[in-house]
Design a protein around this ligand. Structure first.
Ligand code: ATP
Ligand code: MG
Length: 581
């Protein structure tokens, strides 16, 4: 390919709305262009990268035994009503109407479609297991589309769905997918690690997200240096020392004393109560949070120095219909305002308490009377707790639940997600089969997503420097850029450049020959910005000594080689750097 025959509009500066480096580079390198918020066109060079990532995904899915299909993006709403997600997913669902005023949703994901399909096509254990996948455009009405392809309103996903006879078989399918994912991201040149993930309101099942560590990621991953533990913060736990968990006043005789109300005028926060004259350490306080869960109030108790994890709460309660209560709702439920709330003596409102509080004595909490608190609270004795669970957000330095070493937290980009779904969708949409005894059973499902367009950008986020992108050979738009410094069509430089171009292409290498009539500096800059893995520079001066220059984009020095060795040397470098061909 000659540069002048493709279209690669590079930019010196990124548009000001591009905040993160990968987004800026996508635009500057001319790989994508924005239509409007969250909507992008893949330009010719960008599309080459996208296709490569897609092909890697496709090859590995096929290798893992999954079968490719292509489902409609427009979906009738009734299947969403049947699965029970029409309401729950309504904040991301794009809806459209046809001329008869019939409603459709634009698929944000395809569990409903594939399960309906399988319900009609497969009815015997003989035809299981099956795994179907597609690579297709998804639509999500994201509240805040941002960071380019990272969070778009329309994006390309690989989504796969497995169907099995029972839970064990489903686990096997899940593991096969998790292995395939490791291969996919490794082949894309990405360092992506599987981390335990929230299973959401479906609950109970197994779920892992594939995370690419990056400062600009939107997730926090809690992990242990040993490699023994990694989890999304929405799911992560830690092993707090026993002493930390029993609360405050074990050694304090007052701990067994009766509760005692005291005045705390103006005290509104945990910190207020830590100060003089009260001096109650945060870990000796009970924080009382009020939520409206499916239209009814509920209380959640946390230790004063701990943060609630709403995702854990939703998973525990089995609903995402919850929100913090407003002050008036709180007053109606408890008779006091935030700052003076407590659960002692509360009977009408269900109380959920964080595990860490179990057995805590000598605690201080609000009295449900404005400007008052109570001390000497022994949670087991004084509070009627409906359920205990882990509702806490892990903090840096807490002990790893596996090794006990201090946990770390870092930001990461979610590029993929594997999920054991159980029978929720198969039961709702009738994906049933007859087992060996002729008994009807629901299929056990799994779903597996990869954000293909997000993965393209994650590769850039992980592979860039001050000059631009450096693509891994496996997903590079072209493997080699030949920069011709004299572009006279019949001149010696172009003749040699074309020969090298043709010989490399004959060996399956993808080559772009920069035949633009521009200053060498700007041609070099563009090839560095777009990030072709290997550059071959040819000019009259170097040809005069019978040489050309080979320059790896990343991690290698420029090398002068004899012009007749250029192809051989380039092939050697490419093969050593992952070129398969
Ligand atoms: P997120 O938490 O980032 O919103 P999700 O958990 O809702 O993502 P899934 O339903 O698991 O996403 O979708 C599978 C994959 O699709 C994700 O792992 C991610 O890589 C990608 N993805 C999801 N939403 C978007 C989006 N708005 N833009 C680009 N890629 C996305
Ligand atoms: Mg996800």
């Amino acid at each position: 390919m000659h540069w002048t025959q493709t279209f690669a509009p590079t930019l010196k500066e990124a548009p000001s709305d591009a905040e993160i480096v990968s987004h800026k580079l996508l635009l500057r390198a001319g790989l994508i262009r924005k239509l409007s918020a969250g909507l992008y066109t893949f330009m010719p060079i960008g599309l080459r990268v996208l296709r490569k990532v897609e092909n890697i995904v496709r090859e590995e899915m096929n290798r893992a035994g999954a079968l490719e299909v292509l489902m409609p993006a427009l979906q009738p709403p009734d299947i969403w009503k049947k699965s029970g997600r029409y309401e729950g997913a309504s904040d991301v669902l794009f809806k459209a109407k046809d001329k008869q005023n019939r409603e459709y949703v634009l698929g944000p994901t395809h569990e409903e479609v594939i399960t309906s399909l399988v319900a009609g096509e497969i009815n015997s254990y003989r035809h299981l297991p099956r795994n179907f996948y597609q690579i297709q455009t998804k639509f999500r009405d994201e509240i805040r589309p941002r960071f380019g392809l990272m969070r778009a309103k329309e994006f390309i996903m690989k989504d796969a769905y497995s169907f099995d006879v029972d839970d064990d078989a489903a686990t096997k399918s899940y593991e096969i997918m998790a292995e395939a994912y490791k291969r996919i991201f490794a082949r894309c040149g990405l360092n992506a690690m599987p981390v335990d993930a929230d299973t959401g309101i479906i609950g109970g099942s197994l779920s892992a997200e594939f995370m690419v560590p990056a400062e600009t990621g939107e997730n926090d991953v809690v992990y242990c240096e040993s490699g023994e533990y990694a989890a999304n913060i929405e799911k992560a736990t830690s092993k707090l020392p026993e002493s930390d968990a029993t609360g405050c006043a074990d050694s304090d005789p007052a701990a067994s004393a009766e509760v005692e109300k005291f005045e705390t005028p103006g005290v509104k926060t945990i910190e207020d109560l830590e100060k003089d004259p009260y001096n109650v350490a945060a870990n000796c306080q009970i924080k009382t949070l009020v939520f409206i869960v499916q239209d009814k109030p509920a209380i959640v108790l946390m230790r004063g120095d701990h943060q609630l994890n709403e995702t854990k709460l939703m998973a525990f309660l089995g609903t995402n219909e919850l929100r913090p209560a407003q002050d008036t709702e709180i007053f109606d439920a408890l008779g006091a305002h935030p700052g003076s709330l407590g659960a002692v003596g509360v009977k009408e409102v269900p109380v959920y308490a964080d595990e860490v509080l179990r057995g805590c004595k000598g605690m201080t909490t609000g009295a449900n009377e404005d400007g008052h608190h109570i001390r000497n609270v022994s949670i087991d004795r004084d509070i009627e707790v409906k359920d205990w669970a882990d509702f806490r957000t892990v903090q840096v330095g807490e002990p790893c639940p596996v090794t006990g070493e201090p946990l770390k937290i870092r930001r990461a980009i979610e590029v993929g997600h594997v999920f054991k779904l159980g029978t929720k969708y198969s039961e709702a949409l009738g994906a049933l089969y007859l087992d060996e005894d002729g008994k009807q059973q629901p299929m056990f499902m799994g779903c597996y997503g990869i954000g293909v367009t997000r993965t393209v950008q994650a590769v850039i986020e992980q592979n860039n420097d001050k000059d631009g992108i450096f693509w891994p050979v496996s997903v590079a738009p072209f493997h080699v850029c030949i920069t011709a410094l004299d572009v006279a069509p019949d001149g010696p430089v172009m003749k040699e450049a074309i020969r090298i171009h043709d010989e490399l292409e004959a060996q399956g290498v993808e080559v772009v020959l920069d035949d633009r009539d521009q200053r060498p500096g700007s041609k070099f800059k563009d090839s560095e910005l777009i990030g072709f893995p290997l550059r071959i520079g040819i000019g009259e001066r170097s040809l005069a000594t019978g040489e050309v220059e080979l320059k790896p984009r990343h991690g290698g020095e420029m090398e002068k080689v004899k012009v007749e060795d250029a192809v051989g040397k380039a092939m050697e470098w490419l093969r050593a750097n992952g070129f398969e061909g």
